[in-house]
Design a protein around this ligand. Sequence first.
Ligand SMILES: C[S@@+](CC[C@H](N)C(=O)[O-])C[C@H]1O[C@@H](n2cnc3c(N)ncnc32)[C@H](O)[C@@H]1O
Length: 232
Amino acid sequence: MQEKTKRMWAGLTFTGVKVFTGISNALGLPVISTGRPFSFYREVFFGQRGESEVLEDLADKRVLDIGCGLTPFTPDSMFQACYAAGVEFYGVDPKLDGTFEFGRFDRVKVAFNRGHGLDPNAPGEERRLAIYADDLPFEGASVDLILSSWALFVWIDDPQILTSVFHEAVRVLKPSGEMKIYPTPNIDAIESALPNEILNRFEIRQVFLGRMSALNLPPAYRTTFRIVKNSP
Ligand SMILES: C[S@@+](CC[C@H](N)C(=O)[O-])C[C@H]1O[C@@H](n2cnc3c(N)ncnc32)[C@H](O)[C@@H]1O
């Protein structure tokens, strides 16, 4: 597919999402949170690599999932797989403060995203951080990888909030640590949302993903931000 066509599809996806989030905000509805299986994370963040291969790779690493939603309560999630394998994986979301309802609608959202149910008593409470991503309880240069699915640039799109989240990411990521985000718009939209002082800290790569046929995997980019400079 030509670059121009990829941009067009990603643009359409983002226009659709913006219309949806705009209506949702206008109606005063809360941000929709859902849960996703490890297979989704492997597809969008790890190029379809096998579960054990990904877990082995992350064995001695610290990983954060920003705006994780209900994912830590999904039994077949990456959060739960990492917890069981002893990988230091944290879910970061202010909604983890215990206000989730785990109602029928939440279960429908998880099923729509191909997750297998929700377990309010799922293990790993100490790895569920009920906080905003711009104030992380980790020391500088101590995080290897940050993932973010359906949160940054989609629901969290205020340039000021995005900038403070990226400032915090720059602080906590190790030299050559990475932040992988899906879905994102193309690089032009990213460059206009973030200041140069942030952009200059990263090497930025984009891969076009998505299937026209899958509502939960619409055409858009996965963007990887790799730290090249930790301090100014
Ligand atoms: C649409 S949900 C995405 C949930 C999940 N990651 C997924 O892929 O389905 C967006 C999440 O971002 C969370 N969120 C909003 N602002 C945030 C912030 N500043 N820091 C961390 N999470 C935030 C919301 O509470 C919400 O659960």
